[in-house]
Design a protein around this ligand. Structure first.
Ligand SMILES: *[C@@H]1O[C@H](CO)[C@@H](O)[C@H](O)[C@H]1NC(C)=O
Ligand SMILES: *[C@@H]1O[C@H](CO)[C@@H](O)[C@H](O)[C@H]1NC(C)=O
Ligand SMILES: *[C@@H]1O[C@H](CO)[C@@H](O)[C@H](O)[C@H]1NC(C)=O
Ligand SMILES: *[C@@H]1O[C@H](CO)[C@@H](O)[C@H](O)[C@H]1NC(C)=O
Ligand SMILES: *[C@@H]1O[C@H](CO)[C@@H](O)[C@H](O)[C@H]1NC(C)=O
Length: 457
C-alpha cells in the first residue's frame, strides 16, 4: 500500500486531531448511499459515509506545523515511541482536491495519482462508516454482498480492491487509551499480512525500529504490526480478479498487535516458525483465470471489463462463491478445470484443502486452522474497505501475472498463471504511476443482506 508524502505547507493546513488529542478539524466525510436488505423486496437505502485511512494523512506536531513524518521516515520533531505518541497528531483531509476521491449518491470513485502539495498522493484506502465516529460492520455468514464496479482504466499492476477486515468498529479508541482519533480519522487498520507500516498501531507511534522502505517513497516498517483476518471479496483490474479468505490462528481472528519477536510479518522470513500471531497473507484464493477459464473475464470477454458489471458474493456455511450480472444477464463463474480440484466455482473446505496440494504451495490456510478460522472470521463483525493501489513488494503479480515469477517459462508455468499480464517491468509502480496517473475505479450500488435478498435475477 502506498501513502502520500507528508511534504506539505501551511496553505493546506486544517486543524488537527491526534492519537493523543487535538483541535478537531471539520473534515467532511464523503457521503455514500448503500442498500441494506432484510429479505427479498425489503431493502432500505442507508445514507452512509466513508473515511480515508489515517496512514494517508498528514502527521504533524500537535501545537504546530512541523511534520512528524516526512517521505518514508519520522522527522526530528519527536524522538521516541512515547514522545511521538504524545506529540504527533493526524490532520483532516480534502478528499477530492488532494486524494482524488469523489462520491455522488451511491457511487464512489478513487483515482491512482493526484498532485498533493509539492508531491503526489498515490492510491487510497477508504472505510464505510456507520456514523461520524464508528465504522459500519458486517457479519458475512449467510449473507450476500452485491456491488457494481467500473474499472476499464485499471491496467496490469494496479489493484482495485473491495474487502473486509476485522478492525475494531471504533478504530481502537476503547481498547487503546492513547488513541482518541479513532474511526473518525480512519485509525485502526489491520489485515492478514500483519502490516508494519502503520504510523500508529494500537494507540502507539510505530517509531522505534522504523526502517524506511528502499523502494517505496512514502512507506517503511516499524516493530508494531497490526494483524487480523481478512476476506478479500474482490482484488481486480481490467485483466484479472480473485477472491480470498485470509485467516489468523483460531482464537486470534480479531485485531491483534504483534511486536518484533512475535512472528508478525511472514514475508520477512518464510521459514521462521517461532510462535505468535502469524496470519495467512496469501489465503485460500479463487482466481477464475488460474483455476477455471482464461476467457471468462477481461476486455471483450464474457464479463467485459470495458463496461460496468455487478459482482454478487454469497457466504454459505460451506462455500463462498460469486456470480456476475452484466447488461441485465446473470453470468455464472465456470467450475475448476484442474482434474484434482472439486468441480466448484468458489472456495470451500475441500477446495481450500486441495489447492496447496495440486500447486505444491505452502498450506498457510491450514497452518492457521483453515475453515474453522474462516468460520470464526465470517461470524464476527467486519469493516468494509475499498482501496486502489500499486505494489512495490510484488508488483501485484499474484493478481494478474505468473506468480511466483520464477515459474515464468517453466514446464509448470500454466499452474501459476493468475492473469494475462506478462511484461512484469510494466507493473513496476514507477512505470504504472508515470503511465497511468488517471487510472480510476468506480464502486456503486452496494447492497448487503441475507442470501437472495439483494438481487432479483
Ligand atoms: C520529545 O522530543 C522533542 C524533540 O526531540 C523534545 O524537544 C522533547 O523534550 C521530547 N519530550 C520528551 C518528554 O522526551
Ligand atoms: C529526546 O529528547 C529529549 C529532549 O531533547 C531528551 O531528554 C531525551 O533523552 C531524548 N530521548 C531519546 C530516546 O533520544
Ligand atoms: C479541496 O481542494 C480543491 C482542489 O484543490 C479546492 O478547490 C477546494 O477549495 C479544497 N477544499 C477545501 C475545503 O479546502
Ligand atoms: C454511532 O453509532 C454507534 C453504533 O450504532 C452508536 O453507539 C453511537 O452512539 C453513534 N454515534 C453517533 C455520534 O451518532
Ligand atoms: C478515469 O480515467 C479516465 C481515463 O483516463 C478519465 O477519462 C476519467 O476522467 C477518469 N475519471 C476519474 C473520476 O478520475
Amino acid at each position: 500500500m502506498f501513502l502520500i508524502s507528508s511534504l506539505l505547507f501551511p496553505v493546506l493546513l486544517g486543524t488537527a486531531t491526534a492519537q493523543g488529542f487535538g483541535n478537531h478539524n471539520n473534515e467532511i466525510h464523503p457521503k455514500l448511499q448503500w442498500t441494506s436488505c432484510s429479505q427479498p423486496n425489503n431493502c432500505q437505502q442507508v445514507n452512509g459515509e466513508v473515511v480515508l485511512d489515517a496512514n494517508w494523512r498528514w502527521l504533524h506536531t500537535k501545537n504546530g506545523y512541523t511534520n512528524c513524518y516526512d517521505g518514508n521516515k519520522w522527522t526530528w520533531a519527536c524522538n521516541s515511541t512515547a514522545n511521538c505518541t504524545e506529540k504527533c497528531v493526524y490532520d483532516g483531509v480534502n478528499y477530492s482536491g488532494d486524494h482524488g476521491i469523489k462520491t455522488s449518491s451511491d457511487s464512489l470513485s478513487q483515482r491512482l495519482r493526484i498532485p498533493y502539495g509539492f508531491d503526489w498522493s498515490v492510491g487510497s484506502r477508504l472505510f464505510l462508516m456507520e456514523n461520524k465516529t464508528m465504522y459500519k460492520t458486517f457479519t458475512l455468514l449467510n449473507n450476500e454482498l452485491a456491488f457494481d464496479v467500473y474499472l476499464p482504466t485499471l491496467e496490469c499492476g494496479i489493484n482495485g480492491a473491495l474487502y473486509f477486515i476485522a478492525m475494531d468498529a471504533d478504530g481502537g479508541v476503547s481498547k487503546f487509551p492513547g488513541n482518541t482519533a479513532g474511526a473518525e480519522y480512519g485509525v485502526g487498520y489491520c489485515d492478514a499480512s500483519c502490516p508494519r507500516n502503520g504510523k500508529f498501531v494500537g494507540g502507539k507511534a510505530n517509531y522505534d525500529g522504523w526502517v524506511p522502505s528502499r523502494d517505496d517513497p512514502v512507506n517503511g516498517q516499524g516493530k508494531l504490526a497490526a494483524c487480523c483476518p481478512e476476506f478479500d471479496v474482490w482484488n481486480s483490474n481490467a485483466h484479472s480478479y480473485s477472491m480470498s479468505s485470509k485467516v489468523c490462528p483460531s482464537g486470534k481472528n480479531k485485531f491483534v498487535v504483534c511486536t518484533e519477536g512475535d512472528y508478525c510479518d511472514p514475508r520477512l522470513s518464510p521459514s521462521d516458525e517461532r510462535p505468535g500471531p502469524k496470519c495467512d497473507p496469501v489465503g485460500c484464493s479463487w482466481s477464475t483465470y488460474r483455476l477455471a477459464s482464461k476467457e471468462f473475464y477481461g476486455r471483450g470477454k464474457l464479463v467485459d471489463t470495458n463496461k460496468k458489471f455487478t459482482v454478487v458474493t454469497r457466504w454459505e456455511e460451506n462455500r463462498v462463491y460469486q456470480f456476475f450480472i452484466q447488461d441485465g444477464k446473470k453470468i455464472e463463474v465456470p467450475t475448476a478445470r484442474w482434474d484434482d480440484l472439486p468441480k466448484e466455482n468458489g472456495i470451500s473446505p475441500d477446495m481450500c484443502a486441495k489447492l496447496p496440494d495440486i500447486f505444491s504451495e505452502r498450506d498457510r490456510f491450514m497452518e492457521n486452522d483453515g475453515w474453522k478460522s474462516h468460520l470464526e472470521m465470517v461470524t464476527q463483525p467486519m469493516v468494509m474497505a475499498m482501496s486502489l493501489n500499486v505494489d512495490y513488494w510484488s508488483y501485484n503479480l499474484w493478481l494478474d501475472s505468473v506468480y511466483p515469477p520464477e515459474r515464468e517459462n517453466t514446464p509448470e508455468m500454466e499452474y501459476y498463471e493468475h492473469g494475462p499480464c506478462r511484461d512484469w517491468e510494466k507493473s513496476n509502480p514507477r512505470v504504472v504511476l508515470a503511465e497511468y496517473p488517471y487510472a480510476n475505479v468506480t464502486w456503486s450500488n452496494i447492497r448487503f443482506g441475507p442470501i437472495g435478498s439483494t438481487m432479483q435475477i
